[in-house]
Design a protein around this ligand. Structure first.
Ligand SMILES: [Zn+2]
Length: 400
């Protein structure tokens, strides 16, 4: 049985009100550097009404991720909130370009708004899970330069799914990318298709009552999204494009602040951006966003696959024989934090899930559980048992 994933410890709900107000602090960072050197810089602080994130397990990480953020009290240095994430910047530093130049990427983190001054620490880790850089800064909640957003001019949105218990639910926001005002009907239809696809998969199907889903009408001036391969560039809400890092089907946006600005004042924790295009592709980054092409015939499996990355931190279980020996995403001498692949450096995890070789872009040296899974192909209809258990654990983490 797949019991290597230990349940989370109990933590008290009282802590939340002791330390936090019912508002969100959005911290904007710049992640910058090259393959050999990375840094994090503070950009801007924003406050908006309401906190849609968890109120329990505040001092525990859902998964390790490629980066972590810790919020500590100033007097006894107690961790009162933490969260984990991955970023496009950390994928970029393994590309050829990162050996030749330095670049910067936007990154936003949401934390509950502290009642007292706190210390915030953000750390980035490399593919050996070593911390490569960190930034510590103090936030004083009375700072007049914390910009108030989301109090007016909130992007229009519709609630598409109501949870059973609004106090213990996961908030997902679908955003429109490359849909003009006249195409909003199409957007809402695409959101309904996305929701239907997600809840066709276990464990989402059984846990449907734990989700609230909104569709946000973030319209674009032009229809469609940018396709560099075809020299096609569009003026869209989030300036997304295919061919990220020269991989034709990799669809991402570098404009993370635009994404979060469109969501200011709307309850959200997890983000699914639908791109109005028939091209094939998508991208999903753990606790950052899922961006999926909505008019390709493979839209349904792809939006669920990318949500596996962005929501549950699942790794790709596929690999390419041709170039995989050069793929640096995972270090073969370190156990990856992703719950659905193993390099067999964690004996317990190796026994529990390491049954089939190949995964994480490598044919050799990385193992997965079974032959097929939603994290491997678009054709297989379900997540494998390991992915299902990992997703269920994350759902419980946010809602119990
Ligand atoms: Zn799987």
């Amino acid at each position: 049985m797949l019991l290597w994933l230990l349940p989370f410890g109990m933590s008290s709900a009282q802590n939340f009100d002791e330390y936090f107000a019912d508002s969100t602090l959005r911290i904007d960072y710049t992640l910058a550097g090259s393959h050999s050197r990375q840094s994090v810089f503070l950009d801007k602080l924003n406050r908006f009404p309401g906190w849609a994130g968890r109120r329990n397990h505040l001092g525990e990480l859902p998964l390790q991720g490629n980066g972590q953020l810790y919020v500590r009290t100033l007097n006894d240095r107690r961790i009162i909130y933490c969260h984990s994430f991955s970023s496009l910047f950390q994928e970029w530093i393994e590309t050829e370009e990162a050996y030749k130049t330095e670049r910067s990427f936007e990154h936003c983190m949401l934390i509950p708004f502290p009642k007292q001054p706190v210390e915030v620490e953000i750390c980035l880790r490399n593919n050996k899970r070593e911390t490569v850089c960190r930034l510590k800064h103090i936030i004083d909640p009375s700072d007049i330069l914390i910009q108030r957003i989301g109090e007016e001019h909130v992007t229009p949105y519709k609630v598409m799914l109501e949870p059973d218990d609004p106090d213990h639910c996961i908030d997902i926001a679908f955003l429109a990318e490359g849909y003009t005002r006249r195409e909003l009907k199409t957007f809402y239809r695409d959101v309904r298709t996305g929701i239907e696809s997600l809840f066709q998969h276990e464990p989402f199907r059984s846990e449907k009552g734990r989700f609230r889903i909104v569709a946000v009408a973030s319209t674009s001036l032009q229809s469609g999204v940018s396709v560099p391969r075809l020299s096609l560039w569009k003026h869209t809400a989030f300036s997304s494009h295919f061919s990220t890092f020269y991989s034709d089907r990799y669809l991402t946006t570098l404009h993370i602040k635009d994404v979060h600005d469109a969501l200011a004042g709307i309850p959200y924790e997890h983000i699914i951006i639908l791109a109005n295009t028939g091209e094939y592709g998508g991208g999903g980054i753990y606790n950052s966003y899922n961006l999926t092409a909505a008019h390709h015939p493979k839209y349904r499996p792809v939006v669920v696959h990318e949500f596996g990355h962005s929501f549950a931190g699942l790794a790709d279980e596929y690999y390419y024989d041709a170039h995989d020996a050069n793929d640096q995403t995972y270090s073969l001498d370190v156990e990856p934090w992703e719950p659905n692949i193993t390099t067999k450096h964690d004996p317990e995890k190796a026994v529990a899930i390491g049954r089939t070789e190949g995964g994480g872009y490598r044919a050799k040296g990385i193992w997965r559980y079974q032959k097929d899974c939603r994290m491997r192909t678009n054709e297989y209809p379900e997540f494998c048992p390991v992915c299902q258990q990992s997703i269920l654990r994350i759902i419980r983490f946010y809602t119990e």
